[in-house]
Design a binder for this molecule. Sequence first.
Ligand SMILES: [Cu+2]
Length: 167
Amino acid sequence: MKSLVLAGLIAFSGAALAHGGHGHGHGASSTDWQARAAQAKTSQTVDVSACWIRALPAPAPSAGYFLVKNAGQHDVKLQGAASATYGMVMLHQTTQQDGMSKMSETHDIVIPAGGELEFKPGGYHAMLEKADTPPAVGSQVAMDFLFDSGEKASAQCEVKPANTKAH
Ligand SMILES: [Cu+2]
């Protein structure tokens, strides 16, 4: 009788442990986003325009800026981005805290229905790292943007020099 209870307890804690093993999907690699982008349909209502990249010499990451417009009737969330040019693309947000500027990775950025969101210096941006061959200033880099609707938007991003002023 006693050993039966004990066995039950062990089975129970084992199940609890297995459940605790569920990790939060942290830091999905760019390859995942590339695979998703290859599968995703192009959105008819969400588009990305005015994309440009501030190119910094490697190993410093470059930053991508762009405008997301949502002409649909539902909010969408930008979940990730991918580019064949960069081994890693992350979504970042720059915030001010006690007079200091800091960046952190972010996901699920809401683009309101009928609205738009500008990714710009000092705010949201894409952080682009691990380019096999750093793209030349003046060239175009293709990027895909993935939304929680399962759809994507694609854009060509012009590579601009490091000293480009925000417009
Ligand atoms: Cu950043």
